[in-house]
Write a protein that binds this ligand. Structure first.
Ligand SMILES: Nc1ncnc2c1ncn2[C@@H]1O[C@H](COP(=O)(O)OP(=O)(O)OP(=O)(O)O)[C@@H](O)[C@H]1O
Length: 365
């Protein structure tokens, strides 16, 4: 959003003291099956009022199903959905989607082509008299910096503008919780960063609670106050991005947030020994075999300052960084490393690598 638009958004907010009244959303022990196939397996999590919570996970991990259950478009097999302390789905009853005070935004935006931008945004405001609905829709459009597009039709707008109209439409009824399914996936990568930042600004200004589905760890880290990481329908880990990144709960969590080398390790004398270095492993028993992960960015490669001899197999220049594969004694697979470009002489072949003990991540097998 440019400054003029941002200014428009700010003045709109000054005119409307009543921004969204953020709600909490709790999912309690949610189970879900599609035709007997388990899709969500005992997930409990809670979004606090005003929080941006990202549901992150690979394709098929159950993110969309969980979002649809929260919205009321899908019904869980067991468990409860609670919004602001009120059960909206569970053993005590079911509140339909339109009465839950949630806003929905899908990856394809789902704008109606035959309605103008203003009519699209007004669509969810049928409970209000026409004049008031139009005024509210204009406020939502001002929030996203697109008031001047009110009379246009969606086809005349760029992908990024359509995304902002969809955001305005979802926010217009001032939902307590906004549910967003891959809201940036249709945008090209150059646009994505700025639209994501704009969307986050709007969410902060309206103070909406937002649950955002994404399969992209970097996107989750850019947006979320907290991330819920899912795999095979289960919650793997929930927390701030820095906590999950620094202390991944499993090999899967480590690998989802960064590119890693995976290798075996064994506990000897209270230390785990690996082909690239050792670290203390007091939480594990003597002789135990462990999974070890080392991020490709945690490997220092130098001509002779490292501790482990290695031989460069391939080397690819990527501008700021270089990607290397290296042969290291004791490793079946080549070790992958990402280093700063130009830090190693071009003709290097036999080199050394070094990994700090704290960068050796160990997990029970
Ligand atoms: N309508 C459906 N009928 C049958 N199975 C379904 C249906 N929708 C989803 N599934 C299955 O449920 C599981 C979870 O799907 P879901 O769409 O929730 O995952 P996701 O993490 O959102 O994945 P994606 O990022 O690919 O959308 C998958 O195994 C999927 O094949």
């Amino acid at each position: 959003m440019n400054n003029a638009n941002a200014g428009g958004m700010a003045s709109a907010l000054r005119r409307t003291a009543g921004v969204t009244f953020a709600a909490s959303l709790e999912l309690e022990d949610i189970e879900h099956h599609y035709n007997g196939k388990e899709t969500v397996r005992g997930i409990s999590l809670a979004a606090k009022p005003g929080e941006v919570l990202c549901l992150l996970g690979p394709s098929g991990s159950g993110k969309t199903t969980l979002l649809r259950i929260a919205a009321g478009i899908e019904v869980q097999t067991s468990g409860r959905v609670v919004i602001d302390g009120r059960e909206v789905a569970g053993p005590n009853g079911f509140v339909p989607p339109e009465k839950r005070g949630v806003g929905l935004m899908f990856q394809d935006y789902a704008l109606f082509p035959h309605l103008t931008v203003l009519e699209n945004v007004r669509f969810g405001l049928t409970a209000l008299p026409a004049r008031e609905a139009s005024a509210e829709a204009m406020i939502a459009l001002q929030r996203v910096g697109l008031a001047h597009y009110a009379p246009k039709y969606p086809h005349a707008l760029s992908g990024g503008e359509q995304q902002r109209v969809a955001l305005a439409r979802a926010l217009a009824p001032r939902p307590g919780v906004l549910l967003m399914d891959e809201p940036f996936s249709g945008l090209d990568s150059r646009l994505k960063d700025s639209i994501r930042a704009d969307t986050l600004d709007v969410l902060r200004q309206t103070r909406a609670t937002a649950i955002v589905v994404t399969h992209d760890a970097e996107e989750a880290m850019r947006m979320a106050d907290r991330i819920a990481l899912l795999n095979h329908g289960k919650l793997v880990q929930i927390g701030r991005s820095q906590d999950i990144y620094r202390r991944p709960a499993s090999l899967f969590a480590a690998g989802f947030f960064s590119e890693i080398n995976v290798m075996g390790g064994q506990v000897r004398g209270g230390r785990v020994e690996t082909p690239v270095g050792n670290r203390s492993a007091r939480d594990f028993s003597e002789g135990q075999a462990l999974d070890v992960a080392v991020r490709i960015s945690s490997i220092a490669v130098s001509v002779k300052d490292g501790t482990i001899p290695a031989r460069i197999l391939t080397r690819r220049f990527l501008g700021v960084v270089e990607l290397l594969t290296l042969a290291v004694d004791g490793l079946d697979e080549p070790l992958r490393a990402r280093i700063r470009a130009d830090q190693l002489p071009e003709d290097s072949v036999d080199v050394t690598v070094k990994v700090l003990p704290e960068d050796i991540l160990v997990f029970e097998k």
